[in-house]
Design a protein around this ligand. Structure first.
Ligand code: GAP
Length: 463
C-alpha cells in the first residue's frame, strides 16, 4: 500500500477502535485472526446498513420475500453446490517465516492472472516462473513451499458422536445463498410468489480465509446479504441488466461518492455462469470487490435437484411449460460495506486546535442522529432543561446526551462518529424556549423552537 493510502487505512482502523465501531475479537486474549466484533456504534451502523438493504428488497419490492435459514445444513448441500470439491484457494507457505498466503493474490499484485479454472499444477508453474518478481509479503524472502489447494469450508463436529474421523463433518455455511436454494420449493409452495421472484437473506457465513490483513474487508466469520432472483430461462439476461442498474442505484443511495465506485467485469467465468460483474470500491489499497452481481444459469437448482432427488422445476402456467428456473444474484458482505462507508466518509478539516475529524456519512446511516448538550454542565437549570429535550427526542431518534468537557470537545466527539445534529441548551433556552441546532457537515447553527424541533429534525434527517 502506498504511504498515503496506508495512512487512511490506519486512521480508519484507529477510529473504529477508539470510538467503539469495531474491536478485534477476544482482544484481552490477544485477539483471534480475521475475526472482529462490532462495538456500540458499529452495531448501530451495521443495523442501519442491513435495514437499508432489507427495505430496498423485501419491503419495497412486491416480487421479493425474506428468509432466515440456518447456518448448519445437511452436508449433502455442500456436495451439490460444489463447495466440497471446488471451494478452495491456492495456498503457498514461506519456508522462512511460515506465513501463509494466497498464491493467486500474490500473482495478481505483479499483474499475472491465476484464475479459478486453472489446476494447481498450472498455478505452480506460473508462480515459480515469476519468482524473480515475487517475495513473501511478511518477511520479503523468496523461499516457498509448493502451492496446495486449501478448502475454505469451516468444519464442525455437530452431531458427530465419535472421536474418530470417518463420519462426514457438518460445515458452517460458506455462503448464505445455499439456504435460499434449498428453501426455494418451500417458499414457492407456501406463498403466492410467481416467477420472476426473489428471496433475500441476511446472515452469517464462515470461510477459512488464508490471508486476512485487510481489517473487516476479509474475515473468517462475516455477515452476507444475498438476494437470489429466479427467472424464466429466456429472461435471465434481461433481468440481470435490470438488477445491475438497481444495485448501482442502491450503493448511490447509501451516499457513496460516485468516483469511489466502479463496475468490473469478470473475464474468467466459472463454467455455468453466464455473466458476472463486481461493484468495486476504491479501498485504501485500490479498487477491490464490494459486491458481486452474477447470472448463474440454472446450475444451482439443477444440482440440488440432482443430489436431493427432488424435482425443483417450475410449472409455468402462463407458458404451459416446466423448467428449472435460472438464477441471478447480488451478494455483499456487511463488514465490507461498513469499511467502505467509513473510508468514503472519513474527513479531516482545519488545522491545529481547529482541526476536526468528521465522518460525513449519509444521515440515514449515522449511528447516532442527535446529540443533546447543556451549554454548561454545572448549572442545574440547564441540566434539567437539556435532559427534558433529550428525553422528548429519544423515542423517535437514536440520541446521545453529553454533559462533560467543553462544548468544542463535545462537538468533536460527535463529528468523529458522524452525528448529523448537535443541540445545545443555553440560558436563552430558558427565556425563549429555543435551542441551537448545529449541522455536522457545514457546522452552521440555527435557533429552533423546542416545539418545532422534532419536525425540523425529521425533515432534515430525510434529506
Ligand atoms: N453467493 C456468491 C458468493 O458468496 P463471493 O464472491 O464468494 O460470492 C460475495 O462473495 C460477497 O461476500 C463479496 O463480494 C464480499 O462482499 C462478501 N465476502 C466474501 N468473502 C468475504 C470475507 N471473507 N469477508 C467479508 N466479506 C466477504
Amino acid at each position: 500500500m502506498a504511504k498515503e493510502s496506508q495512512n487512511i487505512f490506519d486512521k480508519v482502523v484507529s477510529l473504529c477502535k477508539r470510538r467503539g465501531f469495531v474491536f478485534p475479537s477476544s482482544e484481552i486474549y490477544g485477539g483471534y485472526t480475521a475475526i472482529y466484533d462490532y462495538g456500540p456504534y458499529g452495531v448501530l451502523l451495521q443495523n442501519n446498513v442491513k435495514n437499508a438493504w432489507w427495505n430496498n428488497y423485501v419491503k419495497m419490492r412486491d416480487d421479493i420475500v425474506g428468509l432466515d435459514s440456518s447456518i448448519f445444513m445437511n452436508p449433502k448441500v455442500w456436495h451439490a453446490s460444489g463447495h466440497i470439491k471446488g471451494f478452495s484457494d491456492p495456498l503457498v507457505e514461506c519456508k522462512k517465516c511460515h506465513s501463509r498466503n494466497r498464491a493467486d493474490k500474490m500473482l495478481e499484485e505483479i499483474g499475472v492472472v491465476a484464475d479459478e479454472k486453472m489446476d494447481i499444477e498450472q498455478i505452480n508453474e506460473i508462480f515459480f516462473n515469476n519468482l524473480d518478481k515475487i517475495k513473501c509479503p511478511n518477511c520479503g524472502k523468496k523461499d516457498f513451499t509448493k502451492i496446495k489447494k486449501f478448502n475454505l469450508l469451516v468444519k464442525s463436529n455437530l452431531g458427530n458422536y465419535t472421536d474418530e474421523i470417518g463420519e462426514e463433518p457438518s460445515y458452517l455455511r460458506g455462503e448464505t445463498c445455499q439456504g435460499i436454494y434449498v428453501n426455494y420449493k418451500s417458499v414457492l409452495d407456501s406463498t403466492r410468489v410467481k416467477i420472476p421472484f426473489g428471496i433475500a437473506q441476511i446472515g452469517k457465513a464462515f470461510r477459512n480465509e488464508i490471508t486476512a490483513r485487510k481489517f473487516v474487508f476479509r474475515t473468517r466469520e462475516f455477515e452476507q446479504m444475498e438476494m437470489q432472483y429466479f427467472t424464466r430461462p429466456e429472461d435471465e439476461m434481461k433481468e440481470y441488466e435490470k438488477l445491475k442498474e438497481e444495485r448501482w442505484n442502491f450503493f448511490a443511495s447509501l451516499g457513496f461518492k460516485k468516483n469511489n465506485l466502479r463496475w468490473k467485469k469478470h473475464d474468467n467465468l466459472v463454467f455455468y455462469a453466464k455473466e458476472a460483474y463486481d461493484i468495486e470500491f476504491k479501498f485504501p489499497w485500490g479498487f477491490d470487490e464490494l459486491e458481486g452481481v452474477h447470472a448463474r444459469g440454472n446450475y444451482d437448482l439443477s444440482q440440488h435437484s440432482k443430489y436431493s432427488g427432488v424435482d425443483l422445476s417450475y410449472n409455468d402456467i402462463e407458458l404451459n411449460k416446466k423448467y428449472i428456473p435460472h438464477v441471478i444474484e447480488s451478494s455483499v458482505g456487511v463488514g465490507r460495506i461498513i469499511f467502505a462507508l467509513l473510508v468514503d466518509a472519513y474527513n479531516e478539516e482545519g488545522e491545529g486546535k481547529e482541526k476536526r475529524i468528521v465522518l460525513k456519512i449519509d444521515k440515514k446511516l449515522a449511528p447516532i442522529k442527535i446529540a443533546v448538550f447543556p451549554l454548561l454542565s454545572n448549572k442545574p437549570e440547564l441540566l434539567e432543561k437539556s435532559k427534558e429535550v433529550y428525553t422528548s427526542l429519544k423515542p423517535n431518534f437514536f440520541c446521545e446526551y453529553d454533559g462533560s468537557g467543553n462544548i468544542g470537545k463535545r462537538y468533536r466527539r460527535q463529528d468523529e462518529i458522524g452525528t448529523p445534529y448537535c443541540i445545545t441548551v443555553d440560558f436563552d433556552t430558558l427565556k425563549d424556549n429555543t435551542v441551537t441546532v448545529r449541522e455536522r457537515d457545514t457546522m452552521n447553527q440555527e435557533r429552533i423552537d423546542i416545539n418545532k424541533l422534532e419536525e425540523y429534525l425529521s425533515s432534515n434527517l430525510k434529506k
